[in-house]
Structure formats: structure tokens, C-alpha cells
Design a protein around this ligand. Structure first.
Ligand code: AMO
Length: 446
């Protein structure tokens, strides 16, 4: 269909144009009608001199002018229309300094006049009507930022010799903790939804791929209702061979993020500021690194005693640590490193001289965890011992353990939640806003 995107009208000379989109508002005055038309790229004012009645000598042109006026009067908010008219640049027009005088208007799809959501509707109600909620320019911007961000990550990976993989989401076993596993009937037996591409991105290492990435759904049967948990989320994963430690993984991770943030700032910095009132900054390299034990001390020194007994940070602890990092280093990101083995999965490599600590990290951004990464244990006997220690049956993991029996390079990688990165980047309150269609314990629709 021939149409001009509204954002592309400004550079055009005055003349005939065709635009298409949905009706935002109609101002139906006695002598003139104004329609604000929106499409995915912006909004423009349409104008029509109203014809309210026909004289005795009315000709065809007068009759169609009356019909057009009546059509515009009856336009409901949200109806899809296609309009051909005369574009005119006019500085007096507040909206973008231009206007289209309607020559013809076709109602392509009528909307029910009563819109089910309003600007002040609750988030839950907006999610019920997500396709209408997404018509908001700010919502549209979130997903354009997402596109730019993902594109920049992919470009960086491709330029750095990574191979894109697509791992199965139907699994025969758990890939992370058994507690958060969705089980489903699978012909005569059972299958599980993948919680992470963990095992299969690791498989690419003995497969000789060297460096891999994937951006794909992950599923967690997590009953929590926090602003940062979903039962299905998009996981950004990378894994690479020949690492000396988790330090190599962190270096890859921070460079990748700088590429992603640079692209977002260059393309959307100004509109993000206008829409959300936040300034997205490209982080400087290297990101600060703080061992977990030291992080807990720093948080304590700020007067916050982490109430957890397992030695991990809690969400308030993460916020406190990020506040410290911002004050001390002026940085929005921090790698918290060297987690205790007791709070890490069996596949994390442990310190050479101290089996109580792992070669692992969490990455916090603006006070919230966005990622976990680690060097993996690649010595099969050690891996089996660590699995047993965590109460896992090596028999169930045979397919995975085989990856380590035929030659495997030392390797490591990370997983990162896409919606969390966007939420924190744009200063939004929940990943429900930055997920196209959120899935939670009580939400499977739309
Ligand atoms: P982890 O379980 O920490 O690590 O997950 C990695 C990142 O994924 C995101 N995330 C979630 N986002 C929304 N809702 C959830 N329920 C949810 N759970 C996790 C977070 C988190 O930091 N296999 C390891 C990664 C690795 O070591 O490579 C893993 O999955 O942003």
C-alpha cells in the first residue's frame, strides 16, 4: 500500500500525500474539522473545512464535501483511516508545523467508540488491552529501543566471531533449579520447558563453535509477583571457549553492553529523554568489580544489614551497593564477583585455592541484577562431584556430562534478562512495561 510515514512528511515539499493510521482525536468545530492522525512513526494534524448543509444548487462536489464532513464527525477514536490530501507547511501549526488538508478519507476499519482503557488505567488493565496500550508513543518507543539494542548486540557478536544458535525449549530435564520448572505432557512421557539454554550453549564448546550467542525465551515456574520476575522472559545468552577465568567473560560482557548502549544513545537518546525523562549514558570501561564478601561489607557500612542467611544480596542490598558504586565510581553498573559455592549452581567453576568460592559474577545495573555469568567447570570428575554435592543424580545428567568426556575447552558465559535491561535503562517500574506480552503466575492472556 502506498503511504508516507508521518515522520517522513516534514522534509517533503507542499503537495499531495497519502497517510494512513488511527484516529487519535477529532475536533469538530462548526466551520472546520481537525483530526489528529497517528501512525507508528508520529502524529499529524488533518484539516477539513466543514460543509454542514447543501444549497438548492448543490453539485456532486458539494455532496461529497458534506459526506466527508459527516464521516469525520462520526469518526471514533482508534478507527483506522487512509487519507489523501494536500500537505502544507505552516509554522503556526503546533504539531510539527504541518497540516494535511483532506481531499479523501477512507475508513478502513471502524473502532468501537468506547475505548476500554484510559491514560490513568492501572497497569493490569492496560495489559488486558495490551494492543491498545501499545499504541501509546512511549510504548512504541520501548520496542524500537529494544530493536536497536538487540541489533547492536548481534552486530557486535557477529563482528567478534560469535555464531548464533537456537537451542530447544523442550527439554528432558531441568536446566537450572528443579523448583522453577514447568512440566508438560509429552506423548507417553514428560517434558520440561527450558529455563535457560545453559546446557546447550555449553555443548557448543566441545562442538568446536568457540563463541556462541542466543536471544530466546526462557521459562521459570516462579510464583513471585515482583516487578522483575516473569514466568516467560527473553534471555540474552553468550558462551565462549578458552577463558582463563570469569574475568574474560566480564570483559566480553561489558564491551557488548557498551556497543548496545552506544547504539541506543545515538539513535534514541533525545526521544528517551523526552518520553521518560531519563538520560541514558554509555557506561565507561571497565565496569567496577567488587567481590561479594566486600559488597556485603560495603552495604553494612551504609547501615543496611542484609537479612538473608545464605550470604547473598537481597534486592535492597543490591540497591544499596549500586548507590555506593554510583557515589564511589560514578558508574551505573557493577560486577559482583566470587559468589560462595553454596549459592551457585553445580556447573560453576570454583576457585583453585578455595573451593568455597566460584569463578562467577552477577551484573547489577541501576540497583538491580540483570545478569549472571561464570566460568564453567569442564573437568567431568569435578563436575560430577559438584552435582552430587547439590543433590543431583548424575544419571539424569548423562547427556550433559558426555559433553565433557570427549575434549572440551575451558569456557564461560552469561545469561541476561532483556526486559530487565530495558526497564532499568528507561527508568520504568516493571518488566511488564518492557515485555511485549507479559507472562506471570496469573497472566496468560492476551
Ligand atoms: P539466572 O537464573 O541468574 O542465570 O538468569 C539470568 C538472568 O535472566 C533474568 N531472569 C529473569 N527475568 C525475568 N523473570 C525471571 N523469572 C527471571 N529469571 C532470570 C535475570 C537474570 O539475571 N544459566 C544462567 C546464566 C549463565 O550462567 O549463563 C542463568 O539462567 O536478568
Amino acid at each position: 500500500m502506498t503511504r508516507t510515514l508521518i515522520k517522513n512528511l516534514a522534509p517533503l515539499p507542499d503537495g499531495t500525500v497519502t497517510v494512513a493510521g488511527w484516529v487519535d482525536t477529532v475536533r469538530d468545530q462548526k466551520k472546520v474539522q481537525f483530526v489528529i492522525l497517528r501512525d507508528e512513526s508520529g502524529a499529524v494534524q488533518l484539516v477539513n473545512p466543514a460543509t454542514r448543509e447543501l444549497g438548492d444548487d448543490a453539485d456532486d462536489a458539494a455532496r461529497s464535501a458534506l459526506a466527508l464532513t459527516e464521516t469525520i464527525s462520526g469518526l471514533a477514536h482508534g478507527s483506522m483511516v487512509r487519507v489523501t490530501g494536500e500537505l502544507k507547511h505552516d509554522e503556526r501549526v503546533k504539531l510539527g508545523g504541518l497540516e494535511v488538508k483532506i481531499a479523501s478519507l477512507e475508513v478502513v476499519s471502524e473502532a468501537i467508540p468506547e475505548t476500554p482503557i484510559a491514560e490513568d488505567s492501572s497497569l493490569d488493565k492496560r495489559l488486558d488491552w495490551r494492543f491498545l496500550d501499545l499504541r501509546r508513543p512511549e510504548a512504541n518507543l520501548i520496542f524500537r529501543v529494544q530493536t536497536t539494542f538487540e541489533h547492536a548486540l548481534r552486530t557486535w557478536w557477529v563482528e567478534n566471531d560469535f555464531i548464533e544458535i537456537h537451542t530447544p525449549k523442550l527439554m528432558a530435564s531441568a536446566s537450572e533449579s528443579r523448583a522453577e520448572l514447568f512440566e508438560l505432557e509429552y506423548f507417553e512421557g514428560k517434558a520440561y520447558l527450558s529455563q535457560s539454554p545453559q546446557f546447550f550453549k555449553q555443548m557448543a564448546q566441545p562442538a568446536g563453535f568457540g563463541r556462541v550467542f542466543e536471544i530466546a525465551p526462557a521459562f521459570r515456574a516462579d510464583p513471585s509477583f515482583t516487578s522483575r520476575h516473569a514466568t516467560e522472559f527473553t534471555s540474552i545468552d553468550a558462551e565462549m571457549s578458552w577463558v582463563d577465568s570469569h574475568e574474560d567473560v566480564m570483559q566480553m560482557h561489558e564491551q557488548l553492553l557498551v556497543a548496545g548502549f552506544t547504539a541506543v544513545v545515538e539513535k534514541h537518546g533525545a526521544e528517551i529523554e523526552a518520553a521518560f525523562g531519563v538520560t541514558v549514558a554509555v557506561p565507561s570501561l571497565p565496569f567496577p568489580r567488587i567481590p561479594l564478601a566486600e559488597a556485603l561489607e560495603l552495604v553494612k557500612a551504609r547501615g543496611y544489614e542484609v537479612p538473608r542467611t545464605d550470604g547473598d544480596l537481597d534486592p535492597e542490598g543490591e540497591r544499596q551497593l549500586s548507590a555506593h558504586v554510583r557515589e564511589a565510581f560514578g558508574h551505573d553498573f557493577v560486577f559482583v564477583t566470587d559468589y560462595a559455592a553454596g549459592i551457585r549452581p553445580f556447573y560453576h567453576m570454583r576457585h583453585e585455592g578455595d573451593a568455597g568460592l566460584t569463578n562467577s559474577y552477577d551484573l547489577l545495573y541501576n540497583g538491580t541484577e540483570i545478569s549472571t555469568g561464570a566460568q564453567r567447570e569442564h573437568r567431568v570428575d569435578v563436575l560430577i562431584a559438584q552435582a552430587k554435592e547439590k543433590g543431583l543424580e548424575p544419571e539424569e545428567l548423562e547427556f550433559y556430562l558426555d559433553f565433557f568426556r570427549y575434549g572440551v575447552p575451558p569456557h564461560g558465559g552469561f545469561g541476561m534478562g532483556l526486559a530487565r535491561v530495558l526497564m532499568l535503562m528507561l527508568g520504568l517500574g516493571s518488566i511488564r512495561e518492557t515485555t511485549y506480552l507479559f507472562r506471570g503466575p496469573t497472566r496468560l492472556l492476551p
